[in-house]
Design a protein around this ligand. Structure first.
Ligand code: CP
Ligand code: NVA
Length: 315
């Protein structure tokens, strides 16, 4: 028999965290901790029985694809993987038309691609929940796993200080800025000026940070890492930026997360986070990612629990 589950945000998409209140984000987090505990007890459920999920991938993925497929499939749902080799998306068929067709056949859609606009169009035209599994602009499901990992390590979120060193303009840094601003986590982006988060995302985050008590700082001074409870980095060249990799390496070399930078936090409890995949020896040293401070494997596991929570809450 199908289990009954009250989905608190039934029908709602997750394109970024702008449209969710801190209380709503905490509902997702509570649900993620609940499903993680269920998994730990070896419980099985069939809360997606009879449901279908379209997984559109224009870019490669290990964690996001596997998290969506396993979280949905093990609860009795049927996920269908669609790469750009398989479907017409914005090529022979418009995004709007693709959305309308998929919306007639699927309970929800995950989209990983380049354009945030395409994620928005899918949500507008499909009539079913659409999850942004990474675009050039945002990576919201990653940010939820990141704050879950912070919370399970530190016991709380409000008042914590997360520092991000690296490409401050990218999807991961932008999503972290948003979720930290919403949840009262102070967020410092340490990056060269040329790679600072743009004015638009900073303006979007400012009122949320004011309301939550989060302090958002953008600086090129690595000494500002002082006091951080967690240190985060991401690849220096994101998917689609391979051609400018050499330029990025030059710009970002001084912002590598290494043992020295970790020590500069002044906190021996400071943890290291990375969305993965990592290029060891570039944005992070082997010693840090493989060392005692690293929580990257918990963080990767939490992708699955948070993604399951997002789908349970919205489908
Ligand atoms: N962190 C993350 O999104 O990993 P994948 O690219 O492997 O999905
Ligand atoms: N910023 C990276 C994140 C990968 C999960 C990228 O977009 O490639």
């Amino acid at each position: 028999m199908r289990e009954q589950f009250a989905a608190p945000f039934q029908g709602k998409s997750l394109l970024n965290w702008i449209d969710y209140t801190p209380e709503e984000i905490n509902v997702f987090l509570d649900l993620a901790f609940q499903v993680k505990a269920e998994a730990g007890r070896g419980e099985t459920h069939t809360r997606f029985a009879g449901k279908t999920l379209a997984l559109i991938f224009e870019k490669r993925s290990t964690r996001t694809r596997c998290a969506f497929e396993t979280a949905f499939g093990e609860e009795g749902g049927h996920p269908v993987f669609l790469s750009t080799q398989d479907i017409q998306l914005g090529g022979k068929e418009s995004v709007e038309d693709t959305a309308r067709v998929l919306g007639r056949m699927f309970s929800a859609i995950q989209f990983r691609g380049f354009s945030q606009k395409h994620a928005e169009l899918l949500a507008r035209y499909s009539g079913v929940p659409v999850y942004n599994g990474l675009t050039d602009s945002f990576h919201p499901t990653q940010a939820l796993a990141d704050v879950m990992t912070l919370k399970e390590t530190c016991g709380t979120l409000k008042g914590l200080h997360l520092a991000f060193a690296g490409d401050g303009r990218n999807n991961v840094a932008r999503s972290l800025m948003l979720i930290c601003a919403k949840l009262g986590v102070s967020f410092t982006v340490i990056c060269p000026e040329a790679l600072s988060p743009d004015a638009e995302i900073r303006a979007i985050c400012a009122p949320f940070a004011k309301a939550s008590g989060s302090r958002i700082t953008v600086t090129d001074d690595i000494a500002q890492v002082k006091g951080a409870d967690a240190l985060y980095t991401d690849v220096w060249a994101s998917m689609g930026e391979e051609a400018i990799k050499a330029e990025r390496v030059k710009l970002l070399r001084p912002y590598q997360v290494n043992e020295d930078l970790l020590a500069k936090t002044g906190n021996d409890w400071c943890i290291f986070l990375h969305c993965l995949p990592a290029v060891k020896g570039e944005e992070v040293t082997f010693g840090v990612i493989e060392g005692n401070a690293s929580r990257v494997w918990d963080q990767a596991e939490n992708r699955k629990h948070t993604i399951k929570a997002i789908m349970l809450a919205t489908i």
